[in-house]
Ligand binder design. Sequence first.
Ligand SMILES: C[C@H](OP(=O)(O)OC[C@@H](O)[C@@H](O)[C@@H](O)Cn1c2nc(=O)[nH]c(=O)c-2cc2ccc(O)cc21)C(=O)N[C@@H](CCC(=O)N[C@@H](CCC(=O)O)C(=O)O)C(=O)O
Length: 321
Amino acid sequence: MKFGIEFVPQEPLDKLIKLAKLAEEVGFEYLWVTDHYNNKNVYETLALIAKETSTIKLGPGVTNPYVRHPAITASAIATLDEISDGRAVLGMGPGDKKTFDALGIEWTKPVSTIREAISTIRTLLAGEKTEKGAQLTGVKPVQEKIDIYMGAQGPMMLKTAGEIADGVLINASNPKDFEAAIPNIKEGAESAGRSIEDIDVAAYTCCSVDEDPEKAAGAAKIVVAFIAAGSPPPVLERHGIEKEAVDKIGELLGKGDFGGVSKAVDEKMMEAFSITGTPDDIVSKIKDLEKIGVTQFVAGSPIGPEKEKSIKLLGEVIESY
Ligand SMILES: C[C@H](OP(=O)(O)OC[C@@H](O)[C@@H](O)[C@@H](O)Cn1c2nc(=O)[nH]c(=O)c-2cc2ccc(O)cc21)C(=O)N[C@@H](CCC(=O)N[C@@H](CCC(=O)O)C(=O)O)C(=O)O
């Protein structure tokens, strides 16, 4: 099992870099920085972390081809590869409608857009010219090939990831979601003459670890609320979660009533959308995921009630695995 960690760049950068160095020290192999326009810039954050670390692989988890042209992403990831001396990895996803509405960006044909974007990026990273004549001339990646992962949940996106990506970052925490997702990835891989073994299947979880399991669960409630509120009906059905209960959470979130939200998030939602508990709890849940075919465990937000302590506890998880 590979271990990754997610950082959302919305806290002071010196704090974030300290946590990133700690993550590397305790044994994480991958560091993913989320990309949302309203947070700190993903590439500047990655560049600073790259300068302060030496072994951990790092990259956007995930950027998208709508806010940045694929050629800009190719230049940025090649530059990160130079800064990190060959540790860059690229996570690409279709982005989300709320963001593009707020930015006035037309969000069309996400599956084909991602496919074209990844093909353009690969052409440019190889130093070749695109059909329209674009070419990277002033920057060359250190790595022969920079791995490209796809953020994906929907069946079409998962199949496409199986066809073309080196890895898939699936925003989910419960085995049921991977039982549903992995056959799509497998189908896509086999349709392209590949095997699921060629693909790093990453569980990009909502994770919260502490010696006190109640404290760990408490820290994840708000994140779980956002995930539940954003989950499509088939996912809610899969976990036996009533739409009315989720609608109520959506209303409370809209009002900013986070006290009410924490009360409204129930056990079923916690089970469905997060992995929380003591290090031993986390180990057993990761083993369940591994049995289904997950090959990378990504400790996603909130990581725990006290991030620094939780990263050290996750280090114990990695060591004992
Ligand atoms: C578009 C969407 O794909 P999806 O995989 O479900 O996308 C959900 C999320 O993965 C997507 O919003 C990500 O960008 C969210 N996301 C992040 N989004 C961000 O904006 N920033 C992040 O940092 C971020 C991190 C992240 C990490 C892991 C992860 O899994 C997702 C993450 C979907 O609806 N797919 C369906 C329908 C596809 C579709 O639109 N089909 C159309 C068009 C077909 C075509 O495009 O050619 C059609 O049938 O007509 C499907 O795959 O079946």
